[in-house]
Design a protein around this ligand. Structure first.
Ligand code: AHM
Ligand code: MG
Length: 331
């Protein structure tokens, strides 16, 4: 997309860029409100209480004070936006109904502070957001009208798509998001890999795939934070992130609604791919808010290669999770 006459692309702010996308005013407003909320989240990350909240989320995981605070910041802003009907969050047990009339409104699923356990060791974390038209949140990710994430690293960046290219904005000294990369594109294949999960719980197909990547000379680049790990693959335009099925966790760890769908939507619109090992992430029909799935996401050829290993085409079988659980005991 061309920059406006008289303006370099570095001077284009988020609202102006969104308006150039030809989307409706409500969606522009919603994304800008989420961007505003992120300024309070980053303030909480930088200065907030690092302790536990004393509560747990719907996965039974202990919530940190930062998880709860970030969730409240996001939820309040979404409610007050006036353009949202339903909200789902990784930190809430059920859907929060803001208003019943879906006409012209949006529903939002989000992870307010993904990787929050990394804040106390000062690693990068992020907010991940998925947006649908209307009230239905349990629909395939392909129906998203927008997806974005905000990365809280040495700099704060926001990456979004509304289905027409993927664009990166960076927060400046005035806390405004200005355009830094337009139409981010993935190369066909890459040389970096970010493998999540304990490797001694991998099945034979995933193990063989990792050995293939190592032999090929790919660089290991894994931070433990989904947002920075995906952002690296996306901004370098090459490589792959995976969080596979594990012994004792056949659906992996990451959640379809809050983590996988928005990242898969962004990755596909940048020319990459995302699969659960069988079908594209975006074609999964979620049945519950807490649904998880394995994920392989990044360059098309790398994702296809992972699937070849998983499906036995490279001479190994993926179906050994049971024998592995015997080998390693109950996990
Ligand atoms: P969270 O939503 O509870 O923060 O968990 C998601 C994070 C991701 O950022 C990361 O990819 C993954 O968990 C790492 O998990 P683990 O270290 O447990 O394998
Ligand atoms: Mg998360």
């Amino acid at each position: 997309m061309p920059s406006e006459p008289g303006k370099t692309k570095f001077q284009i702010d988020l609202r102006r860029h969104l308006r150039q996308q030809g989307i409706c005013d409500n969606l522009v407003h919603l994304i800008c409100e989420i961007a505003e909320a992120s300024k309070y989240v980053i303030n909480a990350v930088r200065t907030g209480d690092l302790g536990v909240a004393g509560t747990s989320n719907l996965y039974g995981e202990e919530q940190l004070a930062l998880d709860v605070l970030s969730d409240r910041i996001m939820r309040k802003r979404l409610i007050q936006s006036g353009v949202v009907c339903n909200i789902a969050s990784e930190e809430m047990d059920e859907i929060y109904e803001v208003q019943g009339d879906a006409n012209g409104l949006y529903s939002v699923a989000y992870d307010p502070l993904d990787g929050s356990s990394l804040v106390d060791v000062n690693l990068a974390v992020g907010t991940i957001v998925s947006i649908y038209a209307g009230c239905d949140l349990l629909q395939p990710g392909r129906n998203q009208v927008a997806a974005l994430y905000i990365l809280y690293g040495p700099r704060v960046s926001l990456v979004y798509t509304v289905g027409d290219g993927v664009h990166e904005f960076t927060m400046n000294h005035l806390m405004e998001f200005t355009l830094t990369r337009e139409n981010v594109r993935m190369q066909p294949e890459g040389n970096i890999y970010a493998p999540g999960g304990l490797r001694n719980k991998y099945n034979d197909g995933d193990e063989a795939f990792i050995k293939y990547l190592e032999t090929k000379g790919c660089k290991l680049r894994y931070s433990g934070g989904f947002v920075p790990d995906i952002n690296q693959v996306l901004m370098k335009g090459k490589g792959l992130f995976m969080y596979p099925a594990l012994v004792g966790s056949p659906n992996g760890k990451l959640r379809v609604l809050f983590e996988l769908n928005p990242m898969a939507f962004i990755m596909e619109h940048a020319g990459g791919a995302a699969t659960n090992g069988t079908i594209p992430i975006l074609d999964i029909k979620p049945e519950s808010l807490d649904q998880r799935a394995p994920i392989y996401i990044g360059c098309k050829a790398d994702v296809a290669k992972a699937m070849e290993f998983l499906n036995g085409a490279e001479g190994v079988s993926a179906g050994n999770l049971e024998t592995k659980s015997v080998k390693y005991g109950s996990v």
